[in-house]
Design a protein around this ligand. Sequence first.
Ligand code: ZN
Length: 168
Amino acid sequence: MPSLKILTFPHPLLKKRSHRIERIDAQIMGLIVDLIDTMKAGPGSVGVAAPQIGVSLSACVVDVSGNRQGKDNNHGLLVMLNPEIMSSSGRSIMREGCMSVPDYTGDVERPTSITVRYLNQSEEVMTIEASGFEAVAIQHEIDHLEGILFLDRILSLKTGLFRRKSYQ
Ligand code: ZN
């Protein structure tokens, strides 16, 4: 499957809370493939959430293993259905970008470490601990499933928002 078009801000679907997935059927398996293909096609992309490709379901993929900030500390490709953050600790500020907000990056403060529970593509309940860049990427994608963009979390619109010069 080719990668799909990414919806961009201010598309209303990006502000909607997505629906829980009740069972993994052929449609969901197709969605997972679309998400992975779209992430791989995105310049420097480390994750995509279903609402970004126009599907209001609680599914996202994350893979920071190819990113210099994430390559030493990651779980490889994560397929997350109905993900939930169970606990978190620490606070740190990182520069975030998003394929749905192509012209800007921003400084966002989030927990440094998280424990997240989700269903994987084999319908197994998984619980993992993530930290650093991977934890940020997971939280960013889970935000998409709640209808939240990084723009909503920027510390200051005056000093925390930056016009993007290039993709890494
Ligand atoms: Zn995003």
